[in-house]
Design a protein around this ligand. Structure first.
Ligand code: CUA
Length: 159
């Protein structure tokens, strides 16, 4: 009896040993996946009714186009969350309110827009596109704008 329980402990020990060795590989292979710059990989979360059902749609619809003003500050976007409908035309007017900023909806390509565009105060940048996939993506700042640059983020929701 004593001997058997000892054996069980030993096999559990082996399991932990096995995990300790395979974990780094599992994590590494996860990273490799993330590096493939597919649209799917960049989507931060699947659209979820419960999570976003109370978020009102952003901006104003003018002549069938949802027009949204996005203001960039050190070090945040206002509004921090943008919500649009799948399949509708969206016009984003992005302005820098203090120092030059940039913007990108990571994983969503906007036709004709270069993510390295420097948005300077007083010179808003307008982009137009039609999101065709439900989900939530991260809005990031693409131009170094100070110590908080890398934390300057927003969320773009398509529902
Ligand atoms: Cu704003 Cu970098």
């Amino acid at each position: 009896m004593k001997n058997r329980s000892h054996k069980r402990r030993e096999s559990r020990g082996l399991g932990a040993f096995f995990l300790a060795f395979t974990m780094p590989f599992l994590i590494l292979s996860g990273c490799t996946f993330d590096n493939s710059s597919t649209i799917q990989a960049k989507k931060i979360i699947q659209y979820h009714d419960d999570r976003y059902k109370d978020n009102p749609l952003s901006g104003t619809v003018i002549n069938g186009v949802r027009v949204i003003t996005l203001k960039a500050y050190q070090f945040y976007f206002s509004p921090s969350t943008i919500v649009v409908n799948k399949g509708e035309r969206v016009r984003l007017i992005v302005s820098a309110e203090d120092v030059p900023h940039g913007f990108e909806i990571e994983g969503l390509s906007i036709p004709g827009y270069n993510i390295e565009t420097v948005i300077r105060p007083g010179f808003p940048v307008t982009v137009e596109f039609t999101p065709d996939e439900k989900g939530a993506w991260e809005i990031i700042c693409t131009i170094y704008c100070g110590f908080g640059h890398s934390t300057m983020k927003g969320t773009f929701v398509v529902k």
